[in-house]
Write a protein that binds this ligand. Structure first.
Ligand code: AGP
Length: 613
């Protein structure tokens, strides 16, 4: 959500921080700031809006007399307090000596603020973060040690946090500490970094340390010491960064979203090859094997948010058919606030591209406490959610920079497909011949995806026709319903056109009242039992003068000119059709948003990973 970065070393501190923040921009934000420590003073610079505004503030200031030795930076996605310069981080103590940046939410901030104000501390913002500065500063006044002050101060904080903290009188270090929010330390030569996510330090260092909850790192130029909050020095594993700088470049595409849509065949081919060596061979789980006790599973719950929730809905339709086990799907934010029936017989699956979505993490944590087995599907094997996993299925889709999820969604669908086949194979719920043909369908998908991507004319011309509508309805049935819902979500999040996905059979129970020539309908018509009924639903829409477009298979038989526009995809089975149809809908959303001149990769109000509940 917010992003933070810290640097201590011989390089130009200001530029290093700005470079780091630039690479975190994709997370979505509304203000930015840095604090520089030149061994004499701490200077804070902030600006509302894009990072360019901060760069401008910095370039308009008089040339500093001394070079900075260390600094911290932040991009903020407003939660407590509006997106203003005052609320932007870093936040300073009243004596201007202690400064920090923060990711997360301090839940007991109101009570703390009250207490600190009563003790004479003056607040300059509406943020929860400022309570942390003053709480730690109050401790500093007692101990005169930044490490001790941070250790004592953060014990007073409830909620989620990752902090980078500096003090004017201790210019040899930055302290990093976390609880329920990600934080890594990048290890360089005569320099060290702190970051909330790998892109901030990609290409700068080769090795990192992942901090765990309630661990504190004292980051000096030539040394990093990690301690528990009771002062024990910890021997942390040093890990190599698994990404090269190319993953955060557009590679000639106009937007990351378009690049990521085009990466999908390669990702699915890699995944298919890893898990389905041949249609006649058993599904291969991967090197670590499946650590789940499958005999224990009597019910499955899949918990996720947004696009990942749509992937979960796909799995429900697929798996209840293949496995004959009840599969419950729920938004994580709903699951955590009710008495659900999760128990030791449950398999709870958390799906999260980022692995940092606070709602999904909390839900999974609750399920684990109830004794459920936990399976995590994530694109970030190094993320926080993995801590609760009995077993992890990595999506290996590469870093997804565009806020709108595309390649990770398709990878989620494909992963749920092969995991479903694995379970079916283990509990023998499908015949060998059906299993083989389902495997073959997935193996053939990448080439079919390439075919779609090689001809984007139809989708571009449809985007041109749809771009000036204010609203749109997407419809689908059965396994394609989620495809309709995801198509609508994609369009609305990047184009700001109001679009909603409905079960086509539900149209006549209400939404049909919306239909007229101003309300285009996008129908997702896969092969299978629902095809004929979908045609009837489209007839109903046409009878209300709606412009009706459809995504359907190459050979699907429909009367000539029945649809106002068609997006065809290569022939495939009912169960794999959504993975192809979805690509057309991603492209449609992309071309509409681009034609409208939207900021495709960083849509307003959205953040890439939502680390607050
Ligand atoms: C997708 O386009 C969205 N930006 C959003 O709905 C996202 O899928 C959701 O926030 C969940 O994220 P996660 O998969 O990282 O948990």
């Amino acid at each position: 959500m917010c992003g933070l970065v810290g640097y201590i070393g011989n390089n130009a501190v200001e530029q290093t921080l700005l470079d780091g923040l630039k690479n975190l921009e994709y997370r979505g934000y509304d203000s930015a700031g840095i604090a520089l420590n030149d061994n004499q003073n701490i200077d804070v610079f902030k600006a509302k809006g894009k990072l360019n505004n901060l760069t401008e503030v910095l370039s308009n200031r008089p040339k500093p007399a001394k070079n900075s030795m260390l600094g911290i930076g932040h991009i903020r996605w407003a939660t407590h307090g509006k997106a203003t310069t005052e609320n932007a981080h870093p936040h300073l103590s009243n004596d201007g000596k202690l400064v920090l940046v923060h990711n997360g939410i301090i839940e007991n901030y109101q009570q703390l603020r009250h207490e600190l104000e009563a003790a004479g501390f003056v607040f300059h913002s509406q943020t929860d973060t400022e309570t942390a500065v003053h709480a730690i500063d109050r401790e500093y006044k007692k101990s005169q040690s930044l490490e001790q002050a941070v250790t004592a101060g953060i014990k007073l904080l409830e909620g989620a946090f990752a902090f980078c903290i500096m003090h004017k009188d201790e210019p040899d270090k930055i302290i990093a500490v976390r609880k329920n929010a990600p934080l890594i330390i990048g290890l360089g030569e005569n320099e060290n970094y702190i970051a909330s996510d790998i892109p901030a330090i990609i290409g700068k260092v080769k090795n990192i340390i992942h901090l765990n909850d309630c661990e504190l790192a004292i980051v000096e130029k030539n040394k990093v010491t990690v301690k528990s909050l009771d002062g024990q020095i910890l021997n942390k594993e040093i890990e190599a960064i698994g990404f090269n700088p190319e993953v955060i470049s557009k590679n000639g595409y106009k937007h990351f979203m378009l690049k990521e849509i085009n990466e999908q065949p390669v990702i699915i081919r890699r995944m298919a090859q890893a898990h389905l060596p041949e249609s006649g061979l058993p599904v291969c789980w991967g090197s670590k094997g499946c650590m789940l006790d499958l005999n224990r599973i009597k019910n499955i719950s899949i918990i996720a948010c947004g696009t990942s929730l749509h992937a979960a809905m796909y799995a429900k339709t697929l798996w209840e058919d293949w496995l004959q086990i009840p599969v419950h799907v729920e938004a994580a934010s709903e699951y955590i606030y009710r008495a659900n029936i999760t128990n030791a017989n449950s398999l709870v699956i958390g799906i999260s591209q980022s692995g940092e979505t606070a709602d999904t993490i909390t839900a999974v944590k609750q399920a684990k406490e109830k004794g459920a087995q936990i399976l995590i599907l994530t694109n970030r094997e190094d993320s926080s959610i993995v801590r609760y996993a009995d077993c992890t299925v990595p999506l290996n889709a590469g870093i997804e920079v565009s806020v709108a999820a595309t390649k990770s969604y398709t990878a989620q669908l494909a992963a749920l497909y092969w995991v479903g086949l694995y379970f079916a194979e283990q509990n023998k719920s499908l015949s060998a011949s059906l299993l083989a043909s389902l495997k073959q369908d997935l193996l053939e998908l990448p080439a079919k995806m390439e075919e779609i991507l090689s001809n984007q004319q139809a989708v571009q011309s449809l985007a041109d026709k749809l771009k000036n509508f204010k609203d749109m309805v997407y419809i689908g049935r059965g396994i394609n319903l989620t495809c309709a819902m995801e198509g609508a979500l994609k369009l609305k999040e990047i184009s700001y056109i109001n679009a909603n996905g409905y079960a086509a059979g539900e149209l006549k129970h209400g939404p049909i009242a919306l239909l007229d020539e101003q309300m285009p309908v996008m129908a997702v018509l896969g092969p299978g039992v629902t095809f004929a009924k979908m045609i009837s639903n489209c007839e109903e829409a046409k009878a209300r003068n709606a412009f009706v477009a459809a995504v359907l298979s190459e050979k699907a038989a429909v009367k000539e000119s029945f649809f106002d526009a068609e997006l065809r995809v290569p022939e495939t089975n009912e169960t794999t059709f959504p993975l192809l149809a979805n690509i057309q809908l991603q492209l449609l959303a992309y071309y509409v948003a681009d034609a409208l001149g939207r900021e495709v990769d960083q849509p307003r109000n959205l953040a890439k990973s939502v680390t607050v509940e």
